[in-house]
Write a protein that binds this ligand. Sequence first.
Ligand code: SAM
Length: 284
Amino acid sequence: MAFLGDSDAASDGSRQFPQHQAALTILQDIAANPQHSKARWLDLGCGRGQILHHLSHNLDSESRAKIHYCGIDVNHLHVRETERVAQGLELAGQEVRVAELHDAVMMLKEPSRFDFITLTNTTHELAPRALASTLIASVCLLSESGRFFAYDMERLPTPELGAVAWRAEEIRRILECVCRSLDAPEFKAACSRWQHQSCTSWSIQLNKRYVATTNSPSEQMIENATAVALVTMASIIQAKLEEVQGILEAITLGHQGETLDEEEERSRLLYDYWSLSRALELVQ
Ligand SMILES: C[S@@+](CC[C@H](N)C(=O)[O-])C[C@H]1O[C@@H](n2cnc3c(N)ncnc32)[C@H](O)[C@@H]1O
C-alpha cells in the first residue's frame, strides 16, 4: 500500500490549529537565531500547506526571509496547493515534492540537513514501513541544532479507513527504539498529551543538541533500526488489536439493543479492527 485512500487533509483557512501554532513557535525560535542566516525546514506529509496558511501573520518578514521550506507529500494535488500557499510568503526558498514517505530514508543520500522537521497529523495515515522510514529519516536528517516536532491524534474525530491512531506512549516507544538502534540511547523523547474538545492528541519533540546521533548512519544501522521499529510496531499493533477484539466480543455477548452512542462506538471499533488487522499484515 502506498498511502491511505481515506486520507483527510482537512484545511480550514479561517482558523489556526494548536498543533500548527506549536510547530511555528519552535520555528520562530529557530529563525530568530542570529548565528544562522538561514533556517532549513522539512515538512513531511505537508498536505495542502495547512501549517503555512497563516505564516505571513505568524512570522515577521525578516524571519520568513531566512526560511527554506521543503514540503513532501504523496498527493500531487496537495503538493500543488502547498506550492501556491508557499509562493506568497516571501521565503528564502521553497521546494515542494511529490514523494512517498516509505522512501524517506533515501533522503539520507542527499547532503541536505534540516534545522526543523515537522510531521503533523500524518502518522495515522502511514503504513508501518513508511512510519519507520519517516522516523529514522527525521532523526538522521536533523542539522547539529535541528529540531523535530511530530503531532497526531490518539483517536480520530471521524474514523478513516485504514488509519492507525497511535497513542503517545506507543509513539514514544517506537521513536526511542529507533534512536537506540541509531546509537543515540541517551535520547529520551519529550512527549506530551493534549486534551481537545473533539480528541486527545500527542506531540513529541527531539532536539538534536541533546543527541549524539551520527549524521551518516551506515546502511546496516538503518536496516537494524527499521527492523527494530517494525518489531516494536508489530507488538503494539497486536496488543491494540487484542484490546479492540476484547471490547467487540463483550459488546457482541451483551448485545441488547444500542443507544446511538453505542452504535457509533461499535462502528468505530470495526474501523479500528480492520485497520489494525491490515497494519499487522503489512508489518510482518
Ligand atoms: C491529514 S494530512 C496532514 C497535512 C498537514 N501536515 C497538517 O498538519 O494538516 C496527511 C497528509 O499526509 C500525506 N500522506 C499520507 N501518506 C503518505 C505517504 N505514505 N507518503 C507521503 N505523504 C503521505 C497525505 O497525502 C496528506 O496530505
